[in-house]
Design a protein around this ligand. Structure first.
Ligand code: ADP
Ligand code: ZN
Length: 733
């Protein structure tokens, strides 16, 4: 089929921060397919890029195109659908396509490693025909088959084949379809420990209704599975996963990044009788590559992964599930600031398959979509298996002044619950010993030298640490200003743990936060202790609040609930309600009812009244009507531009230029707010300024962003600052 009309120019997405693709002449040999990788000379280096298009003419300066040095793959890594998602992501988040394409690949592939590794073995099967039968019609297939038959049961490592028979994968495809040959991926190890299969509970009627709704959906529908904590959402997922797999399709499950993935994967494993492919942060690059490859080939039927798994190619995708959709870890906070939840919805829509967004505390964005009918809400109003909802009450800190963070009524309740054979969990979203170190003489506060922030006291390591830039220094014992005594003020989880050890001698206390869980495997051990009921009191940050099921846990204490009560972000209420309801949901998940005590100095605050009497949906309804009145999301669209520089003026000038560019278009729907200093003006030695774009209509916002981006890229002065665009930001301050 080789002809003179084959495309000569490759449009390549190169992993560099520039908003365009690059044209190259095809290397010698077969033309690299769209979706495959090539090495290209780039400036004075070489880079790995992905072919995103073929063309016969270049739109860029004629005649002087360089030639790609070599192809890395003999087949596309990303299919048309995967590339379409990459393009969408690049457009929607106004982010360089080369960086998006790189993110869609596992690190190993990004760095040019081969797709296949020695772990893959190719074999002929007993169903293989005589190669002679194929010789005339398909000589290449015949040759490949002959080689494999020669190798017999041992088969041939894929890598060896790649060297000996370039392009063998393309030749192999029809043979695989005919089941004449097969590719085995480290089969022996997988077969060694097939998990035991455990039957799930009979679904209750609410769960059944949800399962029916999803399984009878024709094509794309977004389902919001709004189920209180412990209502059996996971059981609903499991049934739908099974049905989808039985129909021959693949399932993608996205979960938050909290080290919980192994627990969930194990649960899936026992209930489905096979091991799902997993993709999360504690895997090695090779493990990730292996999971990616199995998902892409269709061998992995179920993929459970965190954020970036949303880009994994799955040729037979039939269902997408986002568990704990409200979780902020679905939004990447640097570089490509994408929302994996939103991309999961986009992906399901393009593929025309259902997506389930599960949460006990659905975000207002989703609730609004349910209200206006674009998404379908499925409610699980009760806990499954007969457990009752936890009781919430307030502890007034004005009447019961706390000792090192704990008020008497909470301590008494801990005594009672422990005496009754229960377990207690104390939630404090602040790690370290104390958030402030102050001089008792002159009130000097230990601050970070690189940020506008206080240093947190970490007693375990006798050091001060900045939670914004990571700077550390030894604990001051004397004030550097007046040599007075320094004192730790306020409580973090470390101090709370110490107080509990004094107050509850002989009880086993386990602290779970990112400091105590830094060691690999630590979180699994701690969660096991908690699940087996061997820990009496758990202390921790939001790491402890999500998804866990601790059978003996009956009491939850929220130590410093006021922290979120006066936040300046328009999402403060939503966020506070989510974190409290989630952590409260850990209490009383089995026979004994759960109790939740919230320590606050503002018991009359409207937020508490609403939460206690109306639950999350009460707070959400209030917040939604406030947002409508003030035109905040989900009733408008936002993008946040951030700039930072060593001089404040450079950052500000960059965003002044952005502001001017946004206003140039005179879009009536667009509001431009700022630039203003970021609340933490100086971080890690850089000054930070921000500009908010807001629009009631999405198209205006994106037109403005495209124009702003172009203007900043064309403006040499803007290079004095680092700037970024955050579309649908979750963190405004
Ligand atoms: P969620 O994901 O909503 O927090 P889970 O699916 O983890 O809830 O279920 C909570 C607990 O209830 C689990 O122990 C689960 O095995 C149990 N469970 C779920 N559905 C049922 C049911 N229909 N009957 C009995 N127990 C159930
Ligand atoms: Zn700092």
């Amino acid at each position: 089929m080789s002809s003179s009309r084959k495309p000569l120019i490759l449009q390549i997405a190169v992993n560099v921060p520039l908003a365009r693709t690059f044209d190259y002449l095809a290397p010698d040999g077969p033309v690299p397919a769209i979706g495959s990788r090539v090495r290209v000379p780039f400036g004075r280096r070489h880079e790995t890029g992905i072919v995103v298009g073929h063309a016969s003419e270049s739109a860029f300066a004629g005649g002087r195109l360089r030639r790609a040095s070599r192809a890395l793959d003999d087949e596309p890594l990303l299919g048309e659908e995967d590339l379409a998602l990459v393009r969408f992501t690049s457009d929607y988040y106004h982010h360089p396509i080369g960086e998006v394409a790189a993110l869609a690949l596992p690190v190993a592939l990004r760095h040019g490693k081969p797709l296949a590794t020695a772990a893959e073995t190719v074999r002929a099967t007993p169903a293989a025909p005589e190669p002679g039968e194929l010789t005339r019609r398909a000589p290449k297939q015949a040759a490949l088959l002959a080689r494999l038959l020669e190798a017999g049961d041992t088969g041939i490592a894929a890598d060896v084949l790649t060297e000996d028979v370039p392009g063998w994968r393309r030749t192999a495809r029809p043979l695989i379809d005919k089941r004449a040959i097969r590719i085995d991926v480290t089969r022996a190890a997988e077969r060694a420990d097939e998990p035991a299969f455990i039957h799930g509970p009979e679904l209750n009627s609410d769960q059944r209704r949800a399962v029916t709704a999803v399984s009878t959906a024709a094509g794309f529908t977004a389902f919001v599975l709004d189920g209180v904590t412990g209502s059996g959402k996971t059981e609903v997922y499991l049934q739908l996963i099974e049905a989808t797999l039985n129909a021959g399709h693949q399932v993608l499950v996205l979960v938050p990044e909290i080290g919980l993935t192994p627990q969930l994967v194990r649960r899936f494993e026992h209930r489905l009788g096979f091991r799902p492919a997993a993709m999360h942060s504690s895997l090695t690059d090779n493990e990730r590559l292996s999971a990616w490859r199995r998902a892409r080939s269709g061998a992995a039927r179920l993929l459970v992964g965190t954020r970036s798994a949303v880009f994994t190619p799955m040729p037979n995708l039939g269902l997408v599930i986002v568990d704990e959709e409200h979780d902020h870890s679905f939004k990447q906070q640097e570089g490509l600031r994408y929302s994996a939840r939103d991309l999961a919805i986009v992906r399901a829509k393009r593929r025309d398959v259902p997506v389930i967004l599960g949460s006990a505390t659905p975000t207002l964005e989703l609730l609004k979509h349910c209200e206006d009918g674009s998404y379908t809400r499925l409610v699980l109003p009760q806990r499954a298996g007969g457990a009752s909802p936890p009781r919430l009450c307030l502890v007034d800190l004005n009447r019961h002044p706390p000792t090192e963070g704990l008020a008497a009524p909470l301590e008494t309740a801990i005594d009672e619950h422990l005496a009754d054979g229960g377990q207690a969990l104390l939630f404090l979203n602040r790690r370290g010993f104390a958030p402030t170190l102050i001089c008792t003489n002159c009130a000097h506060i230990a601050g970070c030298k690189r940020c506008d922030s206080r240093m947190t006291v970490h007693a375990g390591r006798s050091e001060l640490r900045c939670h914004h830039c990571g700077a550390t220094r030894p604990l001051d014992t004397r004030c550097p200003e007046c040599t007075g005594n320094m004192r730790a003020l306020g409580e973090g989880t470390e101090r709370l743990e110490q107080r509990l050890a004094e107050r509850f001698p002989g009880k086993r206390i386990v602290r779970i936060d990112s400091d105590s869980m830094a060691r690999k495997g630590a979180i699994d051990e701690a969660l096991d202790l908690a699940t087996r009921g061997e820990a009496d009191i758990l202390v921790g940050t939001q790491m402890l609040s999500k998804g866990h099921h601790f059978p003996k846990l009956t009491l939850v204490g929220i130590v410093n609930a006021d922290q979120g009560l006066f936040g300046s972000d328009f999402r403060s209420d939503e966020r506070l309600a989510q974190s409290i309801v989630q952590v409260a949901g850990r209490a009383g998940r089995e026979e004994k009812p759960g109790q939740v005590m919230i320590q606050t100095a503002f018991p009359e605050h409207r937020f508490w009244q609403r939460l206690i009497h109306g639950g999350y949906s009460g707070v959400a309804a209030d917040a939604l009507s406030e947002r409508r009145a003030s035109c905040w999301p989900p009733y408008s669209r936002l993008a946040l531009l951030r700039a930072s520089a060593h001089k404040r003026d450079d950052a500000a000038a960059c965003l002044e230029a952005a502001r001017a560019a946004a206003l140039e278009l005179s879009l009536p729907e667009l509001r431009v707010l700022g630039p203003v200093d970021a609340p933490l003006l100086k971080k890690a030695g850089r000054f930070r300024v921000q500009l908010l774009l807001e629009s009631s209509d999405r198209a205006s916002l994106h037109r403005a962003l495209a124009h702003v981006r172009q203007s900043l890229e064309d403006r040499p002065a803007a290079r004095r600052a680092r700037w970024s665009i955050d579309v649908d930001p979750v963190q405004l301050f």
